[in-house]
Design a binder for this molecule. Structure first.
Ligand code: DMJ
Length: 659
């Protein structure tokens, strides 16, 4: 059979093989080859000129982009840089030399990404910005050399391009707080206690995530969101924001990352069209976000802290500058609580100072400091009955309301913040410390009582006289406060402060020990035969409050008396026995019942404060040392100015002066 192409048969060892060795083509073959080439050429030119996809060079880009989009759909990680080595998971913005990827390759990828974003108005996913932080390690770590302030890692202009990367300027690895809970000689008991508390945090967080993610709090028994009025009706993710720094401190980094991403993507206070508490929003949201900013250097937290604080500012527009209690961030309308008449609450107007001054220092915006300085000024200058501060004050007139005085509800954290404002300032805010010492001298003279059974307690006053022989659970923070006051300044009161601190912490422990559940009531009285026990039914609740454990923690750090750790462990066991339910942790309706009913609320402060203080009680002193950190009233640690390199003081840039 003859085909189109000729065959010239050769044989090797009698077997036919095709031959390719011939010097020239025959004429018929030449025609055939030329016509095949011509056909190819025509098809190629036709495609170039007539098919729509290839008409212009910009269309070429379109096509490339379409392919790119297909890849993107397949998974964003395809467009993201490969993970760094285990010990190199720092700021994604850092181009690391001497290991890892070639900077040129990173540079090319960044240019490509920037181009795509610019051309298509599209945002390519960023890798999140934080470090891997071990919670349990044998290395001692945190900052040992205090410096005045460090360069702000995310400053808009940090001088030169060598540290600039796709996600922002350089944040040095040392800018991340390394949370180390254990020293080299930690024993098995300490390790297992820390692990238990960490497990509690995981249980609280996972259930919140499962049943109430993005809502404010969790109802752990009915397994659905809890809408607390203090945060308005909207989805502010209170448990996320309040719990984030505890996750970080415990080294629960996966959980921290999901919380951080929620904050970055969803926290928008301006969308809330209902009233929220200026005070609660400040201590939980602004405080929590600032703490995360100090610990990580991730600028998302600073931006969000300022965003939340800005929404609160209209509440300060009063004749005295003392803020109203509530604000609607959408309408910007402010008002007081109905039950307080025209008055603001002392503990609310007096517990903004730490967050607002620190926010000014890290943002460079003076407006926040101006607000709290004005409040301070009013409270400094006003005439005080017997050197004490009543719980109510009218922001229109600047006059006191009813003369009820307490270190518990309505008064508590105002006094705490006088001491802590002085500490946070690196002991420069002397006005605050003097106000604190004068008030405490008066409080101890007039309010400190001893029960017939020998228990010291802080009574409540009205018009200068003992009004009730009662202590709120809230006032159990005061043991820690007096101990801190005693050890941070030597003056005529320091010995007395420590003595009172020990006695009050002991009394608060008694209020726990005298209940069937070993958890303390909301308030306890000292009347006749009844000591350190609640009497009314609304006083018998335990809503997962932290104040007693806060004092155990501070007392342990400052005295090293083992009993504080023992008391803390009793509390952990009681929480596990009575408050832990399948869907999280619940408060109790009556601490005097053997098998108490739950109140079905997992308060956000359980994650922010209760579990954090218990964890710190069993950690080494190097984890958030008291010489470098001050805890806000919601247990969010803030760095001490001039003593903590993570203070992150804002560095003014030349751009700041431009209009
Ligand atoms: C917290 O929100 C803060 O500690 C506040 O100062 C008072 N009480 C709760 C927790 O009990």
């Amino acid at each position: 059979m003859t085909g189109i192409l000729p065959s010239y048969q050769r044989f090797v060892n009698g077997v036919p093989v095709p031959s390719i060795s011939r010097r020239s083509f025959r004429l018929r073959e030449k025609y055939l080859i030329v016509s095949v080439l011509l056909t190819f050429g025509i098809v190629w030119l036709g495609a170039l000129f007539y098919l729509p996809e290839f008409k212009s060079s910009s269309s070429v880009n379109d096509s490339v982009y379409k392919v790119y989009k297909h890849i993107q759909k397949a998974g964003p990680e395809l467009l993201m840089p490969p993970p760094l080595a285990q010990n190199d998971v720092g700021d994604p913005g850092i181009i690391r030399h001497g290991g890892g990827e070639d900077p040129h390759i990173i540079g090319d990828r960044n240019r490509l990404r920037a181009k795509i974003e610019e051309d298509m108005g599209m945002k390519v996913l960023e890798r999140p910005q934080f470090d891997v932080v071990p919670s349990v390690s044998s290395s001692k770590g945190p900052q040992k050399n205090p410096v005045d302030a460090i360069e702000e890692p995310d400053a808009a202009n940090n001088g030169g391009s060598k540290n600039i990367s796709p996600s922002g300027p350089k944040a040095d690895a040392s800018d991340k707080y390394v949370a180390v809970a254990l020293g080299p000689n930690a024993d098995a008991d300490q390790i297992s206690k820390l692990e238990t508390i960490k497990g509690m945090m995981r249980h609280a967080w996972n259930n919140y995530k499962l049943y109430a993610w993005g809502k404010n709090e969790l109802k752990p028994i009915s397994k659905r969101p809890h809408l607390s009025s203090i945060f308005g009706g909207g989805d502010m993710g209170a448990t996320i924001v309040d719990g984030l720094d505890t996750l970080y401190i415990m080294g629960l980094m996966d959980e921290f990352r999901e919380g951080r991403d929620w904050v970055a993507e969803n926290l928008n206070i301006n969308e809330i069209d209902s009233e929220l508490s200026v005070f609660e929003t400040t201590i939980r949201f602004v405080g929590g976000l600032l703490s995360c900013y100090a610990l990580t250097g991730d600028s998302v937290f600073k931006t969000k802290a300022a965003h939340v604080a800005d929404a609160l500012l209209p509440a300060f527009e009063t004749p005295t500058g003392l803020p109203y209690a509530l604000i609607n961030p959408s309408t910007k309308v402010s008002r007081q609580y109905h039950w307080a008449g025209p008055n603001s609450i002392l503990s609310e107007v007096g517990t903004l100072h730490l967050e607002f001054t620190y926010l000014s220092d890290v943002t460079g915006k003076e407006v926040y400091r101006q607000k709290v300085d004005r409040i301070r000024d009013v409270l400094h200058k006003i005439e005080k009955p017997n050197d004490l501060y009543p719980n109510f004050i009218n922001p229109r007139t600047g006059a006191w309301g009813q003369k009820h005085i307490s270190l518990g509800a309505l008064g508590d954290s105002f006094y705490e913040y006088l001491l802590k404002a002085w500490l946070l300032s690196g002991k420069r805010d002397n006005e605050a410390r003097i106000m604190f010492d004068i008030a405490m001298e008066a409080a101890l003279d007039k309010m400190l009582k001893v029960s017939p059974g020998g228990l010291s307690y802080l009574a409540e006053l009205k018009y200068g006289r003992v009004f009730e022989d009662k202590m709120d659970h809230l006032s159990c923070f005061s043991g820690g406060m007096f101990a801190l006051a005693s050890t941070t300044l030597e003056n005529t009161q320091s010995e007395r402060y420590m003595d009172v601190a020990k006695k009050l912490t002991h009394t608060c422990h008694e209020s726990y020990d005298r209940s069937e559940t070993k958890l303390g009531p909301e308030a306890f009285r000292f009347t006749g035969a009844v000591e350190a026990r609640a009497q009314k039914s609304n006083e018998k609740v335990y809503i997962l409050r932290p104040e007693t454990f806060e004092s155990y923690f501070i007392m342990w750090r400052l005295t090293k008396d083992q009993k504080y750790r023992d008391w803390g462990w009793e509390a952990v066991q009681a929480l596990e026995k009575h408050c832990r339910v399948e869907g999280g942790y619940s408060g109790l309706v009556n601490v005097y019942h053997q098998r108490p009913q739950g109140d079905d609320v997992q308060q956000s402060f359980f994650l922010a404060e209760t579990l954090k203080y218990l964890y710190l009680l069993f950690s080494e002193d190097e984890l958030l040392p008291l010489e470098q950190w001050v805890f806000n009233t919601e247990a969010h640690p803030l760095p001490i100015k001039s003593h903590n390199p993570l203070y992150r003081l804002h560095q003014p840039s030349p751009m700041d002066n431009q209009v």
